[in-house]
Write a protein that binds this ligand. Structure first.
Ligand code: ATP
Ligand code: MG
Length: 542
């Protein structure tokens, strides 16, 4: 017996115990109308994860019943994103593969008096639907004979009617307390070209009708979906029972993943792309899988996050910082360390001549990661924020007449400061303590501050990109997303980096000492370091 770690697995175990299922089959069912986002990562985690755990199979099922919004571009992107996430599907199928069968299923329901062609407009159907407290009213077309319905449905398919002129509805119960059971529309007329079936069809099944049929045809045992489909389950079951499916797939709903300050609605993400508010679906600020990948976030960290958030029955919102913590944890264990100075201030060691190589630990958390040689010389850059002309109490970085350790190298003393015309420090003049070399320090001097640096002569000029959330935070909550859009969410500047960084392979993540995790890339031949995640949790810091 496999140990259940969430309520879905408990249900599956019960079904196995009761002999209802032997092999587990799930499916991941994206609609190809946009790119996958971090919410889909959870759905993948659940569907692929459970199949894996039970030695079963998970299909990739494209829910393409909405031709006006779906595109091959999205199909291709979705396939790539799933693979990048580390999942592989058993079979790839499309609702459109089954359009013939779904059509025949509808015809069967008509013959059995379980569906009828309705001439009411969408508006009229809505008006007669009733409310949660009032029953709906039956359509005047509800009592059409099976023969008439079949003829009209055939004519619908033949293209005799315009969009919306007629539809096919299931004949269930207009007084059902569940609105989805009040004679729901199961087929509509839509003269649109489908990205796979072209103009072969002008009638398309509705999601609620197509989905249970497609699940059944794929041999899905457990159809795992998000909570908003809970109210649709009676209809899912009605379709299965009415069409005599055996064994009937079982729909189980789980909570959506919601993350603070993160909009996952495809509609909104699409708008950002179409209005050029971001650089594309793969913009590093986007919560899309392709955006996260471009950001340099490892798939392992996303999977780890989904696993830690868990599978629950009730909706809740997860802090974005929790996601960042998972990313940081992964990168801390895996990323090489390196040094870059974002706001360079010259540091000259007046009593040092020539140069030498100092040992730099590649990743102190990783056993056997070893060391790398880094050039040290008389002329360095340090971070301008690591020097203060007017230091507050307990300032342990560099100040006039103060001491600081240059990471992995020597202790230096600041003897003098040169100022620019605005009175800001433009160069600090130091002397170093020769006996204080890291690893063989016999100087006896205790310093509290350790700062990073780069060798001025060999430093590479790199472009740095830093990101903030696309949405301004909680103070703006409740306001329109457009108003919350953070136009300053991307900051670009140049910096000085170890040449090692400029030469690193594209895509390599680094921990820049005391700064954050950055991904090395190249743009027009120039080195770029783009922020993956800050070193510390900036959450709630203004
Ligand atoms: P959106 O509202 O962003 O367009 P969707 O639900 O319409 O998302 P689909 O392509 O239909 O997107 O979703 C494929 C699967 O992923 C569905 O089973 C859906 O329930 C699931 N899914 C989508 N968003 C989330 C989420 N935030 N958390 C968990 N699962 C999700
Ligand atoms: Mg959807």
């Amino acid at each position: 017996m496999i140990e259940a770690t969430n309520f879905i697995e408990q249900i599956i175990n019960e079904d196995i115990d009761a002999g209802k299922v032997t092999a587990i089959q799930t499916r991941f069912p994206p609609e190809p109308n946009g790119y996958l986002h971090i919410g889909h990562a959870k759905s993948m985690f659940v569907n692929f994860g459970i199949a894996q755990k039970y030695g079963g199979k998970c299909n990739l099922f494209f829910d393409d019943t909405n031709p006006s919004k779906e595109k091959t571009e999205f199909v291709d992107a979705i396939r790539g994103d799933i693979r990048w996430m580390g999942y592989e599907w058993a079979k790839e199928c499309y609702a459109s593969d089954f359009f013939d069968v779904i059509y025949d299923c509808a015809a069967r329901l008509i013959k059995e008096g379980k569906a009828f062609v309705c001439d009411l407009s969408a508006e009229e159907i809505k008006n007669l639907r009733g409310t949660l407290t009032e029953p709906g009213k039956e359509s005047p077309y509800r009592s059409r004979s099976a023969e008439e319905n079949l003829r009209l449905f055939t004519e619908m398919r033949e293209g005799k009617y315009a969009d919306g002129e007629k539809c096919l509805r299931a004949k269930i119960d207009m007084s059902s307390p569940n609105l989805n059971m009040r004679d729901p529309v199961i087929y509509r007329i839509l003269h649109a070209t489908h990205h796979r079936t072209g103009d072969a069809w002008c009638v398309y099944p509705m999601y609620d009708f197509a989905h249970p049929i497609c699940d059944y045809l794929q041999g899905v045992t457990h159809s795992l979906c998000t909570l908003e489909f809970e109210d649709h389950r009676p209809l899912y079951d009605w379709v299965g029972v009415s069409l005599g499916f055996s064994p009937k797939p079982r729909q189980i709903e789980f909570a959506r993943l919601n993350v603070t300050n993160t909009v996952m609605s495809k509609r909104y993400l699409k708008k950002l792309v179409e209005e050029n508010l971001v650089h594309g679906w793969d913009d590093a600020r986007m919560p899309t899988i392709t955006g996260l990948r471009n950001r340099g976030i490892p798939a392992e960290a996303i999977r780890d996050f989904c696993s830690r958030v868990g599978v629950a029955k009730a909706n809740s919102e997860c802090e974005y910082s929790y996601f960042e913590a998972c990313v940081r944890e992964y990168l801390n264990a895996n990323a090489e360390r390196a040094m870059a100075v974002f706001s360079p201030l010259k540091l000259t060691i007046t009593n040092y001549e020539g140069s030498e190589e100092v040992d730099f630990e590649i990743n102190q958390t990783k056993e056997g990661a070893g060391v790398r040689k880094v050039k040290f010389s008389k002329n360095l850059y340090i971070e301008s924020s690591d020097f203060s002309l007017d230091p507050p109490p307990k300032y342990f970085r560099l100040k006039k007449d103060g001491y600081v350790r240059l990471k992995n190298a020597y202790i230096v003393r600041c003897d003098d400061v040169l100022l620019d015309e605005n009175g800001n420090a433009k160069e600090v003049l130091c002397t170093y303590i020769p006996e204080s070399r890291s690893g063989s320090d016999t100087s006896g001097i205790k310093v509290k501050g350790v700062i990073h640096w780069v060798d001025a002569e060999t430093a590479a000029d790199v472009t740095v990109k830093q990101y903030q959330s696309l949405l301004r935070d909680a103070d703006y909550a409740g306001q329109d997303f457009n108003e919350r859009f953070n136009a300053e969410s991307e900051k670009i500047f140049t910096a000085k980096a170890e040449p090692y960084l400029a030469e690193a392979k594209e895509g390599t993540p680094f921990q820049l000492m005391r700064t954050g995790y950055y991904k090395k890339s190249e743009e027009n031949g120039a080195a770029v370091l783009s922020e993956i995640v800050s070193l510390k949790d900036n959450f709630n810091k203004k």
